[in-house]
Ligand binder design. Structure first.
Ligand code: PLZ
Length: 448
């Protein structure tokens, strides 16, 4: 294998990690100084290493270190950094037309993305889409549409959920720190119910669903709920895979009571788990599906897609926004869909699971700090706990993330208690790169 890949736009990016300075290096440290003067401290960076170039699963920083990226910008560069087809499509579109505002003078690329979302989201019925700029905006619009359709205002969410940083979505998140502390007053009529967390609740899907439903019926009442918003696999909460049968039981209850069932597939969707949307693993057919992150290969784009009669409840002019469905982002999204289809990228997620899960289970057998290995496809995590007390072990996660960074491997933490180490590599990551990262993780565990 050649040791470099040529990024179409820039100089060669290596295919393996390479650490040539301290992490962060001197140039990153200088940029960090400049940043401190002008960027709000409210915006933080997990690893203040400044990136100059990227390709596939590799990030190259300003000091010429090459990092093996197992975060993908939190599941955004799902088909790889600077994917050739995405770059070419975006570049071409940039020269054709960069912006018109779809609500003034429309363009075909928006329609094509809506067609692709209608085709690839679960469910065989007429679907419509609105395109927006960010995941949080998709959540906001999904709730807005559900409220208009049902004429009700209540919004149900689950414990350990994450839905964004806007006013409504702050109210929908589980974790106050850092997402909402001091940022109130918050949107009302949001109700948070217990979720299914098999490792900790020991409940079957049926039992957990009965608990969620009983909670919502007692504290709100089904008749006041416009929607239930769930992440099929909770992302920031720690890649929590619910017990079998949990989600279908919730959907059934929603359908019986006229509650719009909304799947927040912002982190779990777009080929991340070996299906277009994680809902498919659970046999779910959501009324509305929210997509963002990986949908446009790194360009900002998000969407709400769902049953035509629900999506059409919004009055003309009620949905939209200046940049929503930008032509360049749409052209990139079309290229992402084409790549997934023509190169069978869904199978790549399954390949990655096949490398990561057995290797992590082997590590679990040797390192009892690993409480659980879980996830589907290219969305895999380990939960760490004190082997004696079972207490969440955020310190161990912190040490592993820091150790890996020093070795040039970018890993991300997650979980309400910060005790989950998550991997959401791009589908372009090779087996060799995965084994390399696993080797670093192993020495990090040994060094704990
Ligand atoms: N819903 C399920 O995962 C974004 C947040 C990272 P935006 N998660 C990553 C960070 O620190 O900001 C997310 C998600 C789910 C909604 C969102 C929000 O998407 O595009 O960040 O607004």
């Amino acid at each position: 294998m050649s040791d470099t890949l040529t990024s179409p736009t820039l100089a060669p990016v290596p295919t393996m990690r390479r650490v040539v300075t301290a992490i962060p290096g001197p140039k990153s440290a200088q940029l960090e100084e400049r940043r401190r003067a002008v960027v709000s401290t409210g915006v933080s960076s997990a690893l203040p290493v400044y990136i100059a170039r990227a390709h596939g699963a590799i990030l190259v920083d300003v000091d010429d270190n090459a990092l093996l990226d197992l975060g993908g910008g939190i599941g955004v560069t799902t088909i790889g950094h600077t994917d050739d087809a995405v770059v070419a499509a975006a570049r071409e579109q940039l020269g054709d037309v960069t912006h018109t505002l779809f609500t003034i003078t429309p363009y075909e690329e928006y329609i094509r993305v809506a067609e692709l979302l209608a085709e690839h989201t679960p469910g065989d019925f007429a679907k419509k889409t609105v395109l927006v700029n960010s995941g949080a905006e998709a959540v906001e619009n999904g709730v807005k549409i559900a409220r208009k359709y049902t004429g009700r205002s209540g919004v149900a969410v689950l414990e350990h959920a994450y839905h964004g940083r806007t006013n409504l979505t702050m109210a929908m998140n589980f974790k106050a720190m850092p997402y909402s502390l001091g940022f109130g007053p918050f949107a009302g009529d949001v109700y948070r119910a217990p979720n299914s967390y098999p490792l900790h609740d020991g409940l079957t899907g049926e039992q957990a669903a009965a608990r969620t439903i009983a909670y919502l019926e007692k504290t709100v009442g089904a008749a006041d709920l416009a929607c239930l918003v769930v992440e099929p696999i909770q992302g920031e909460g720690g890649f929590i895979v619910p017990a079998a049968g949990y989600l279908p039981a919730l959907q059934e209850w929603c359908t019986a009571h006229g509650i719009v069932f909304i799947a927040d597939e912002i982190q779990s969707g777009m080929a991340r788990t070996g299906r277009y949307f994680a809902s498919e693993h659970f046999g779910l057919v959501p009324d509305l599906v929210l997509s963002a992150k990986g949908i446009a290969g790194g360009l900002p784009l998000a969407g709400v897609t769902g049953r035509a009669e629900i999506m059409d409840a919004a009055q003309p002019g009620g949905l939209g926004g200046t940049f929503g469905g930008n032509p360049v982002a749409c052209a990139a999204a079309i290229a992402v869909f084409e790549r997934i289809e023509s190169d069978d990228l869904l199978a790549e997620a399954t390949r990655i699971e096949g490398v990561l899960v057995p290797a992590l289970r082997e590590l679990q057998a040797r390192f009892p700090v690993i409480r659980e290995v879980r996830g589907i496809g290219a969305m895999i995590a380990i939960e760490l706990a004190d082997p004696e007390t079972g207490a969440p072990n955020a310190a161990a996660v912190g040490s592993l993330v820091a150790y890996a960074a020093q070795q040039g491997v970018l890993l991300l933490s997650a979980g309400t208690y910060g005790n989950v180490l998550r991997m959401l590599p791009s589908l372009a990551i090779t087996d060799e790169q995965l084994h390399d990262a696993l080797g670093v993780l192993e020495s990090g565990l040994a060094a704990l």
